[in-house]
Design a protein around this ligand. Structure first.
Ligand code: NAD
Length: 504
């Protein structure tokens, strides 16, 4: 526990209708600085009434916003893009302070989020429909896409700015009004984004933020005026949000957890594979949904690869994200750090060997929620530390003798978010791309997060819903299609005809 009392701590409130909006719920949470272990803010949780208020304000704002021209929307998004760029360091500092990731990583997060705003600046082109002249005699048919109305996004702790941008950039560009419910662990980045959107000229009420927990989420899922819900978080919550939201008649895309495998074939360059594995496993302390958490080493590559990874782990500097030189920050909360650490003894009981134990890292002596990089070898599929999404700096090595065995392990895993293959054999890589049942695949690329003009999404238990997030599928998600059949006949040719209309 830190020294600041809750009463002295910064108060974090909702943002509704272009202004800070205090709740009367009396329910609150604590935002921690994971690097110091101190509480930095009190997050005041929204009530059902606060959510209802936000939806009513958004619904009123939608009426005007959907009539705003595409070029004006694009202009506002372009201004927002520039304002976020100008505030990149401020945003990164907020992210690092509340989430713990290093400042460089936080800047990278903002950059990847910005890609989505840049994509949405092209909304006049993205919303172009189709037109068929003379579909029948004197009849034209065309398709347009229209916004849904009030839509909501519920986001996780690990990307306080990027994941909201994945959602709201397209949602707003398409003409919807948006309600964001950020993770209660990292509430501040969304408020800065809302302020910047206002400065960019976005009409008040088009972008709102409600702080809080399940109470706010449940109301969003039940509210009849919320048309669509985007969710990113853990798999059990994603599944339940998808089921409840769709039962309530909403369009839902719910992205869940992951267990991302990196397959290393015997012909791979061991140093390059080790660099990639270490970067992708321990960046952001392993708290990325696209982090590599399992290396599947095929045949003779296993021993030199494990040795090369060990060597690199020894050089990782763990420390506060804001401290110059830190390469890996703390975990988001004390409870999460302890949960991740609890897997290490479990792994040993399950027959794995602990090659590097993160509990021995000097940074664990600090006040914050630190755990060093950990390497487990000889991990068996079916054990808890293989099956569970640990979501921390723990990399497991599974050894197999053949490509076929490795592929079977990956395809039998319930998650299917990301995967990567490391090889110098183009044919083997192409075969893997064809065979693997995972939504995002890297070929000698360990974290294959698609650029903003493709869409992001996993398979199996990593995504519930039909459409992936952001990019072209994001535009599809936030709009519905309307097809118009029109003719302008000479009234003199009109006659009653009870037959079913046919093309002539
Ligand atoms: P989480 O599921 O605990 O929380 C996500 C959001 O849901 C938060 O806003 C939280 O307040 C809310 N929430 C939590 N429990 C709820 C409940 N019972 N009912 C309603 N709402 C609830 O996830 P997290 O710990 O914030 O984030 C880490 C998880 O997110 C990991 O599993 C990670 O893999 C996943 N993630 C996935 C992706 C992806 O694109 N697939 C991206 C980032 C993170």
């Amino acid at each position: 526990m830190g020294t600041t009392s809750l009463a002295e701590a910064l108060q974090i409130n909702n943002w509704i209708g272009g202004a800070s909006s205090e709740t009367t719920s009396g329910r609150s949470g604590v935002a921690w600085n994971p690097a110091t272990g101190k509480q930095i803010a009190q997050v005041n949780f929204a009530t059902v009434e606060d959510v209802d208020h936000a939806v009513a304000v958004a619904k009123a704002a939608f009426t005007g916003w959907r009539t705003t021209s595409l070029s004006r929307r694009s202009e506002i998004l372009f201004k927002l893009r520039n304002l976020i760029e100008m505030n990149r360091d401020r945003l990164a500092e907020i992210i690092s302070t509340e989430n713990g990731k290093t400042i460089a990583d936080a800047r990278g997060e903002v950059a990847r989020g910005l890609e989505n705003i840049e994509f949405a600046c092209g909304i006049p082109t993205l919303l172009k429909g189709g037109y068929s002249e003379q579909a029948s005699g004197g009849v034209d048919v065309y398709q347009i896409r229209q916004p849904l109305g009030v839509v909501a996004g519920i986001t996780p702790f690990n990307f306080p700015a990027m994941v909201p941008m994945w959602m709201f950039a397209n949602a707003i560009a398409c003409g919807n009004a948006f309600i964001l419910k950020p993770s209660e662990k990292v509430p501040s980045a969304s408020l800065l984004l809302a302020e910047l959107a206002q400065q960019a000229g976005l009409p008040d009420g088009v972008f709102n933020v409600v702080q809080g927990d399940k109470v706010a989420v449940d109301r969003i899922l039940a509210h009849p005026d919320v048309r669509a819900v985007s969710f990113v978080g853990s798999t059990p919550v994603a599944k339940s949000i998808y089921e409840t939201g769709t039962r309530n008649g909403k369009r839902v895309q719910a992205l869940g957890g992951a267990k991302n495998h990196m397959l290393v074939l015997p012909d791979a360059d061991v140093d390059a594979a080790a660099d990639a594995a270490v970067s992708a496993a321990y960046g952001a302390a392993g708290q990325r949904c696209m982090a590599i958490s399992v290396v599947v080493a095929v045949g003779t590559v296993a021993d030199p690869l494990v040795a090369a990874i060990r060597q690199r782990i020894g050089r990782i500097k763990v420390g506060p994200g804001m401290e110059p030189g830190s390469e890996m920050g703390p975990l988001v909360t004390r409870e999460h750090r302890d949960r991740v650490a609890s897997y290490l003894d479990k792994a040993k009981e399950e027959g794995a060997s602990i090659e590097v134990d993160g509990r021995d890292d000097a940074a664990t002596q600090r006040e914050g929620f630190f755990l060093g990089a950990t390497l487990l070898d000889h991990v068996q599929p079916g054990t808890r530390c293989y099956q569970d999404e640990i979501f921390g700096p723990v990399l497991s090595v599974v050894r197999t003798q053949t490509y076929a065995d490795a592929l079977k392990i990956i395809n039998e895993n319930p998650y299917g978010n990301g995967t990567a293959i490391f090889t110098q054999n183009g044919g083997a890589a192409r075969q893997f791309q064809f065979d693997v049942e995972v939504g995002m695949v890297g070929i000698n690329v360990p974290i294959p997060v698609p650029v903003a003009y493709y869409s992001f999404g996993g398979w199996k238990s990593s995504l519930f819903g039909d459409l992936h997030m952001y990019g072209p599928e994001g535009v599809q998600f936030y709009t519905r299609s309307k097809v118009v059949t029109s003719r302008w006949p000479d009234p003199g040719t009109s006659a009653v005809d009870l037959g079913f209309p046919q093309v002539r």
